[in-house]
Design a protein around this ligand. Structure first.
Ligand code: HEM
Length: 440
């Protein structure tokens, strides 16, 4: 085995500026240039090892010797504060908590309840949206999803808590510091949990709140409160995927027409392909706790290690013509292909793979149905370039919609003349689409 010094080294003394400039492409561009799936660079003057390829995926989602990076370093790297406390645990403690998360988040009844809540909040929001000349979809979705997540978790309605949550979600989704906000929110949730534990409030027995209380068996409430905050923040993060889906409806108008013509069964294929092609979690970060063999090299312990989650999704071996949007690939989180890792890889019960994939797909499908059936809308000229940096590649404008009018709905009634759903953007916007959301 070779020494660390043989790990190919990025020639620039510090690559922080490039890390922000190249965003989701940072690791793959350098790996190409250096001709290696492993290389060492410096970010904020600290040594960092970057990995990509199947061996790297197997190391992150099957191996041992790595611990996910804590919230502080993740914020420094501008990676979304996603995954929460559970992602900081490993081994049997992780698997026990993960089993609870899987029960809470992945049971078919739970995802159906989430979609139902989203549908009713969406319907309630439509009259207000219609009154606005321009709606920033991302900004409108964050509080909506915070309310959906809050209620889905089984918490008592609490408007102040829900708006604190959307403020936290806005900050942490962008990798910003919001510890005071989080501290206050966790305290608030502890009060909600205490009310449920002492019988002052009765949550639904299958709700995450009730199940967490049962699992914690009278222990401290802090961990459950923390976990609930993480779950609801993660629900709000789905807004980025919904923005990407809305933009795809504009770029590929045939799909909107198909859904309106009654092909609702294709919506899931459409949103899964949006997840494949949209880099919302292009990088995950960990710290090596022991020396780790990798492709004939040794990653020393106590190093920050970054994994490129983006390139497997664009691997021509797994996905022929990978830059083309093709829902007919019929991808699914249920039976994930080896490279289909938009929210992490491996076996969900055993690794750090996101347990929120079913919920994400259910929310996206509901939003796409709503965008096609419930509304007329168009996309005015705006800055559609992806946000700088390695975080979610959403457009800088957070997707402005205009000309919003309510349409016929999803219950079989015919759309109004002119058709519901998206309208092709004007030429100016089309020109800006040359800087696409998804890498091409
Ligand atoms: C309903 C929505 C969601 C929920 C409840 C949720 C929940 C979680 C949780 C609890 C974890 C930690 C799992 C563990 O450490 O074992 C996690 C990990 C993760 N989630 Fe989500 N998530 C949701 C949506 C999303 C979205 C929209 C994305 C965007 C891409 C995403 C990407 C990820 C990634 C990349 C990881 C980390 C994988 C790793 O560390 O290797 N999740 N999620």
């Amino acid at each position: 085995m070779r020494r660390l010094s043989t790990i190919p080294r990025d020639p620039v003394p510090d690559a922080t500026r490039d890390y922000f400039r190249d965003g989701a492409e940072f690791i793959s561009r350098r790996a190409e240039r250096l001709g290696s799936d492993i290389f060492e660079t410096r970010l904020w003057l600290q040594p960092v090892i970057c990995l990509r390829g199947p061996e790297a995926l197997a190391l992150f989602y099957g191996g041992t010797g790595l611990r996910r990076l804590g919230p502080g370093p993740r914020r420094l790297l501008r990676l979304p504060d996603h995954g929460g406390r559970i992602s900081q645990t490993e081994g049997p403690a992780h698997q026990a908590r993960k089993a609870l998360f899987i029960r809470l988040l992945m049971a078919p009844g739970r995802t159906a309840a989430l979609a139902e809540l989203f549908r009713s909040e969406w319907a309630a929001a439509l009259p207000g949206w219609e009154r606005q000349e321009r709606l920033i979809l991302g900004d409108a979705l964050t509080p909506l999803l915070a309310r959906v997540g809050w209620r889905w978790c089984g918490l008592e309605p609490d408007e102040a808590g829900e708006s604190q949550l959307s403020a936290l979600a806005r900050a942490s989704g962008r990798g910003r510091q919001a510890p005071l906000l989080r501290y206050r929110l966790v305290r608030r949730l502890c009060r909600h949990l205490y009310a449920a534990r002492t019988g002052r409030f009765r949550p639904q027995p299958d709700s995450p709140l009730a199940q967490m209380l049962a699992a914690d068996q009278g222990g401290p409430l802090r961990q459950s409160a923390d976990d609930l905050v993480d779950i609801i923040c993660a629900v709000t993060a789905v807004s980025d995927y919904i923005i990407a889906a809305a933009l795809t409806l504009v770029r590929e108008p045939v799909w909107c027409a198909l859904f309106r013509a009654g092909n609702a069964g294709l919506i899931e294929d459409f949103v899964e392909e949006v997840r494949r092609i949209t880099p919302l979690a292009p990088v995950v970060a960990a710290r090596s706790v022991t020396p780790l063999p990798f492709s004939g090299h040794v990653i020393p312990s106590h190093r920050t290690v970054l994994l490129d989650l983006r390139s497997p999704l664009l691997d021509a071996g797994c996905f022929p013509e990978p830059t083309r949007f093709r829902p007919e690939r019929m991808l699914s989180w249920r039976q994930a292909e080896p490279g289909f890792v938009p929210q992490g890889g491996g076996e969900v019960a055993l690794t750090h793979r996101c347990p929120g994939e079913a919920a994400t797909v259910a929310l996206m499908a509901e939003a796409v149905a709503g965008l096609c059936h419930d509304l007329h809308w168009t996309v005015p000229p705006q800055d559609l370039r992806p946000c700088a940096g390695p975080g979610p590649a959403v457009p800088r404008s957070r997707l402005i919609l205009s000309g919003i009018r309510r349409a016929g709905g999803r219950d079989g009634t015919l759309p109004e003349p002119g058709g519901s759903g998206c309208t092709q953007p004007p030429a100016e916007t089309a020109a800006r689409r040359a800087e696409p959301l998804a890498t091409e």
